[in-house]
Ligand binder design. Structure first.
Ligand code: ATP
Ligand code: MG
Length: 205
């Protein structure tokens, strides 16, 4: 089983969107997926219900997620995707979701504002490291990228230079993704490639 926590410091960094699409991308690979909505706003659960997803989605916005998962996740589950609230608003819940994770995906747009928030995310991951037995795999997923814009390679390089991994796959800014909330997820787009890369990260651990 691979527990994947999607996180970032602030709201609006495409955490829920990425959780939704990645969950469908793993399901399309034939994996048994469970979504845990750890955000008290409950957007992932609302989306799942309104979109009539086949993927089971459970709301669990609690600070002891890492101890609760074992009793909740069926043994047949291959992938657990945890959608989190913004770290700066609900640190307790997010710390717990970071402790539970085998893989941490940090979603961000390639902008200076979002880049500037990364040190707080690395610090939170570092804080939880001492509370766990094994280190998680951590990677940035650049999203809302503009095709051929310099910002994508530029921020990839800045993040890589600071010692952190960035997925090769980036998610472009797209109107169908912006309008996808509450609907079924049918077009995976680049999220299919992102899910394949995340599989490889898990395998190379
Ligand atoms: N690739 C994309 N192209 C266009 N719009 C996008 C893309 N990804 C996300 N968005 C839009 O960006 C906004 C923020 O996304 P989302 O709600 O997933 O962020 P979040 O990090 O979960 O926010 P919160 O912290 O409030 O839960 C939404 O309006 C969403 O539709
Ligand atoms: Mg969200």
């Amino acid at each position: 089983m691979n527990v994947i926590t999607i996180t970032n410091l602030k709201g609006g960094s495409a955490k829920t969107t990425s959780a939704a699409y990645l969950a469908h991308a793993f399901a399309a690979q034939g994996k048994s997926v469970l979504i845990i909505d750890a955000d008290p706003q409950g957007s992932a659960l609302q989306w799942s219900e309104a979109g009539e997803w086949d993927i089971p989605t459970i709301a669990l916005p609690v600070k002891n997620l890492h101890t609760r998962l074992i009793g909740i996740v069926p043994l047949t589950t291959d992938i657990v995707i945890i959608d989190t609230p913004p770290l700066d608003e609900q640190a307790g819940i997010v710390y717990s979701a970071l402790r539970a994770a085998d893989t941490i995906v940090v979603t961000m747009a390639p902008t200076m504002m979002e880049f500037g928030r990364l040190p707080d995310v690395w610090a939170a991951i570092e804080d939880t490291a001492s509370l766990r037995d094994t280190a998680p795999t951590v990677a940035v997923l650049l999203n809302r990228t503009i095709t051929n814009a310099n910002s994508t390679p530029m921020f990839r390089e800045l993040i890589t230079e600071s010692g952190h991994a960035v997925l090769e796959t980036t998610i472009p800014r797209r109107e169908p993704i912006a309008q996808a909330f509450a609907a079924p997820v049918t077009e995976l787009g680049k999220y299919a490639d992102a899910a394949l890369e995340i599989n490889k990260l898990g395998a190379s651990k």
